[in-house]
Design a protein. Structure first.
Length: 104
């Protein structure tokens, strides 16, 4: 399992600003190792953000996203003290879920 995501969710006026740093190798499937063998593709395919049981963001990614990707987005309707949950799934079926409380 990958390392925990680093998530910050803060109130910015009437919106919630969410910043997420994900730990993932994000292999494209085009790189070769020292023996000349192709390193298999291994990358995050989908990212979902959930607040109060409602999906506030969905993203479909491919192998072009860099290693340890950073994601930033805003949504309306959140309040200080509530939680935001981030879920990613990669092309090998690995899944990671982490959450953070919204701060003011």
């Amino acid at each position: 399992m990958a390392d925990p995501m680093r998530i910050r969710a803060t109130m910015q006026g009437d919106k919630v600003l969410v910043r997420v740093l994900m730990s993932h190798e994000m292999e494209t499937g085009q790189r070769k190792d020292s023996a000349g063998n192709i390193v298999p593709a291994h990358f995050i395919q989908s990212v979902t953000a959930v607040h109060s049981g409602k999906t506030v963001l969905t993203a479909e990614w491919g192998p072009a996203v860099s290693k340890n990707p950073f994601l930033q987005f805003q949504f309306a309707g959140g309040k200080s003290g509530e939680t935001v949950q981030i879920i990613w799934t990669d092309n090998k079926g690995d899944k990671r879920t982490d959450e953070a409380k919204i701060s003011s």
